[in-house]
Design a protein around this ligand. Structure first.
Ligand SMILES: NC(=O)c1ccc[n+]([C@@H]2O[C@H](COP(=O)([O-])OP(=O)(O)OC[C@H]3O[C@@H](n4cnc5c(N)ncnc54)[C@H](OP(=O)(O)O)[C@@H]3O)[C@@H](O)[C@H]2O)c1
Length: 414
């Protein structure tokens, strides 16, 4: 019996692609608070394209990038796509997901209809000239974060994605857990192990900002696994406890310091001295938590303007501050003297390679990495979940949302 629209969790006959689907969308006229920007709608199922697959979405991960999408800043993702020729005047976010391959486009390789897959967001054109010249695909001009810069993410009953973004789902992993960790864990993996020679080594002190967040919970575990000594920064004692439970050797409450944000001009001697006092006190606290007077060889950054001056100051001589985001703001003060005189490295890092994705899926499947998917929400709470991230009241680790799956479901009963 073919229908043109199915309820959430209602499974269409195998191979049948309905005309319409339920989705959580963002529209330009709703840009603002995530709670207002997201709305449930019925929209057309995306059209299959060459090299792409249509996935019957089982669950979707909630990430920071759609908090940005909801606000329409710093990028207006809908306007940018329309400028590039897209017809849709709505955005279906969701950069983390899991589901069943439902239909495959022309030229698809490596996946078949019926495969159970985890979806990763790094989307590029394999035929792009820079990729063919050997550039890291994540740095390619064709790179788009799927479910953010590109449309038809996992907040719809069907996701449209390139074949290489599909990874086999470990059999025992429930759909909701499988959907919740790739963005955080693979990004953290690349930050900590992707930038030779600045990879975490046994005994290396590592400063982890936002230790109880999606990235932070993965970073603490990954650093610890290779013998690193992560010290996590958080804003509450409850989060500090979570970090210690994951292997942090120490924790710092950032609420005990107030030197955040812009660095006062040196000519304002009093204000600058106060800033120096704050950052040095923070450094001493880092030593106390570490149990030795050593500076972090790797600083795990994503918090941005509020914290970057402290990160650069604290980073060990010859060490690296590696950042993949800027939650508190994109314009940060950098004292360039620290970089050149102390041979420090400031490294940008964006998501992960396909092999790094497979690496973290393997670690989760093998029980070596807790994916920290601590809360599963119903489909209708996707906007609310993003609002909690916006308000910084989200649970520790990662959240995911049920799309067609039931909580804890592992397979698909067709
Ligand atoms: N480029 C990429 O591929 C990529 C991938 C994933 C994430 N990101 C970016 O990385 C950032 C973090 O992502 P996430 O998933 O880990 O988010 P998350 O789960 O919300 O965690 C972020 C943590 O940052 C801390 N924080 C918030 N404001 C802060 C401030 N002003 N100063 C210091 N700490 C602050 C909070 O911890 P406390 O309040 O406890 O300190 C929060 O737990 C986001 O901006 C996201 O867009 C980028």
């Amino acid at each position: 019996m073919y229908k043109d629209l199915y309820d959430l969790g209602e499974i269409p006959p195998r191979g049948h692609v309905p005309a319409r689907m339920h989705a959580f969308t963002i529209r330009r006229e709703r840009y603002g608070r995530p709670l207002d920007a997201f709305a449930r709608e019925i929209v057309p199922v995306p059209r299959l394209q060459p090299g792409h697959v249509l996935v019957y979405t089982m669950a979707a991960g909630i990430n920071y990038n759609n908090v940005w999408a909801a606000q329409g800043r710093p990028a207006d993702v809908i306007a940018a796509r329309q400028k590039a020729g897209a017809e849709e005047d709505y955005h279906i976010g969701g950069s983390d997901g899991s589901g069943v391959v439902w239909a495959v486009g022309e030229g698809v390789r490596g996946v078949e209809v019926g495969d159970h897959v985890i979806l990763s967001p790094g989307q590029w054109d394999e035929g792009a000239e820079d990729v063919r010249m050997g550039l890291d695909p994540v740095a390619s001009r064709s790179m788009r974060a799927w479910g953010y810069e590109s449309n038809f993410g996992s907040f719809g009953q069907f996701s449209l994605i390139r074949d290489f973004q599909c990874h086999p789902k470990p059999g025992k992993l429930p759909w909701d857990v499988a959907a919740g960790f790739i963005v955080s864990a693979a990004t953290a993996y690349r930050q900590l192990f992707g930038w030779e020679p600045h990879v975490v080594r046994p005994g290396d002190p590592v400063l982890v900002w936002g230790g109880a967040g999606g990235l932070g919970t993965a970073a603490i575990q990954l650093a610890r696994q290779v013998g690193g000594k992560p010290v996590a920064v958080v804003s509450t004692e409850a989060k500090a406890e979570v970090c210690r439970g994951l292997g942090a050797v120490g924790t710092i409450l950032r609420t005990e310091f107030d030197h955040w944000g812009r660095v006062p001009d040196e000519r304002d001697t009093r204000a600058h001295a106060e800033w120096m006092h704050g950052v040095r006190a923070f450094g001493k606290r880092f030593w106390a938590e570490l149990g030795e007077r050593r500076s972090p060889r790797i600083v795990f950054e994503h918090t941005g303007a509020d914290t970057l001056p402290t990160s650069l100051y604290l980073c060990d001589n010859g060490g690296m501050v590696v950042l993949c985001g800027a939650t508190s703001g994109f314009r940060a003060d950098i004292d360039l003297r620290f970089l050149w005189m102390r041979l420090k490295r400031l490294q940008g890092s964006h998501f992960a390679s396909l092999s790094q994705c497979r690496m973290v899926i393997g670690l989760v499947a093998g029980g070596q990495l807790d994916p920290c998917v601590t809360e599963i929400v119903e489909f209708d709470r996707i906007g609310e979940a993003h609002q909690r991230i916006f308000d910084n009241t989200q649970p520790p680790g990662n959240m995911s949302a049920l799309v067609n799956a039931r909580a804890g479901q592992i397979g698909l009963d067709v």
